[in-house]
Ligand binder design. Structure first.
Ligand code: UDP
Length: 248
C-alpha cells in the first residue's frame, strides 16, 4: 500500500535530550538513537524536508548548574555543548540508517561540524539533506525549544513537531496526576494564558508570530513520528483557532 502523502513539505522536529536517553537516567542510549533515526528515514522517504533541533537535558541543563552556584551564562554554555554531543550521536545514527544529514552548530566548532549559516542550511535542505541544528540559539538564557521555533521560522517550516515522553499536552503532569485532562487542540493563547508547561513562553510567542503550528506527540511510542507527520497520530495541535480546531 502506498503511504498517504504527508500534509507538510518542510518541518522542524524538536527532540529533547531525554528523547535520546531511553530508560537510562543520563546520557545517550544509542539503541534509542538508532530507532529514532530509522523513523526519521521513513519520513524523509515520504518526501518531507526535515530539520531537527536537539536538546541537551539528558547531559546538562544550565538552570541545574546555576542552582548549584554556577554562573548562569557559564552553565548555559555547558548545556549548549551538551546539545552538540547529542547532535553528533544522532548524526551518527542517521548515517547508519542511510540518511544524508549534516550537523550545524550555533557555536562555531569548525573541526567538528559546520557552523550555522542560514543560506547554507537552506541549500542543504533543498538538496534533501536532513539538518541537525546544535548549540541552541548560541546564546545563554534561552532553551532549545526557543531555538526550535527560531530555526523553524528561519527555514520556512510550517510546523514544529515536539517529541516528548507523553502523547500531547495535559492540564497537569499526567505522570503525577493520571486523571489530568488531555487536549487535542489548543491555541497559542490557551498555552500562554493557562501557563501550560509545554514550551517556554518565548518559544510559543515565536511560533505564534510566525504562524508555525506546534504538534506535541510521544517520541517514545514507536511509529508515532511517522503517524503524526501523516496527520494521523495521537497528538495535541497548537495553532491559530482554525488550524488547531481542524486537525483532530
Ligand atoms: N541552552 C542555552 N541556549 C540555547 C539553548 C540551550 O543556553 O539557546 C542551554 C541551557 O542551559 C539548557 C541546555 O542548553 O538547559 C540544554 O537545552 P534544553 O534544556 O533546552 O534541552 P532539552 O530540555 O530539550 O533536552
Amino acid at each position: 500500500m502506498v503511504n498517504p502523502r504527508p500534509p507538510f513539505r518542510r518541518v522542524l522536529l524538536k527532540l529533547s535530550g531525554e528523547a535520546l536517553m531511553g530508560d537510562q537516567s543520563y546520557g545517550i542510549d544509542m539503541a534509542v538513537a538508532d530507532r529514532v533515526a530509522a523513523e526519521i528515514r521513513d519520513i524523509v522517504d515520504l518526501g518531507v524536508e526535515l530539520c531537527i533541533v536537539v536538546g541537551g537535558g539528558n547531559i546538562f541543563r544550565g538552570l541545574a548548574g546555576a542552582a548549584q552556584g554556577m554562573d548562569r551564562a557559564n552553565a548555559d554554555h555547558i548545556g549548549m555543548l551538551a546539545t552538540i554531543m547529542n547532535a553528533l550521536a544522532l548524526n551518527n545514527a542517521l548515517g547508519h540508517a542511510g540518511v544524508d544529514s549534516r550537523v550545524m552548530s550555533a557555536i562555531p566548532m569548525p573541526t567538528v561540524c559546520e557552523s550555522y549559516i542560514r543560506p547554507r542550511a537552506l541549500r542543504h535542505l533543498s538538496k534533501g539533506r536532513v539538518l541537525i541544528f546544535a548549540a541552541g540559539t548560541g546564546n545563554p538564557y534561552f532553551t532549545t525549544d526557543t531555538a526550535a521555533a527560531l530555526r523553524a521560522a528561519e527555514m520556512g517550516c510550517t510546523a514544529l513537531f515536539k517529541g516528548t515522553s507523553v502523547d500531547g499536552v495535559y492540564a497537569a503532569d499526567p505522570k503525577k496526576q493520571p486523571d489530568a485532562e488531555r487536549y487535542d487542540s489548543l491555541t497559542y493563547q490557551d498555552v500562554l494564558a493557562r501557563d501550560l508547561r509545554v514550551m517556554d513562553s518565548a518559544a510559543v510567542t515565536l511560533a505564534r508570530d510566525n504562524d508555525i503550528s506546534v504538534i506535541v506527540f510521544s517520541i517514545r511510542t514507536p511509529g508515532s513520528l511517522g503517524a503524526v507527520m501523516r496527520g494521523q497520530g495521537r497528538c495535541t495541535v497548537i495553532g491559530t483557532a482554525g488550524v488547531a480546531g481542524n486537525r483532530e
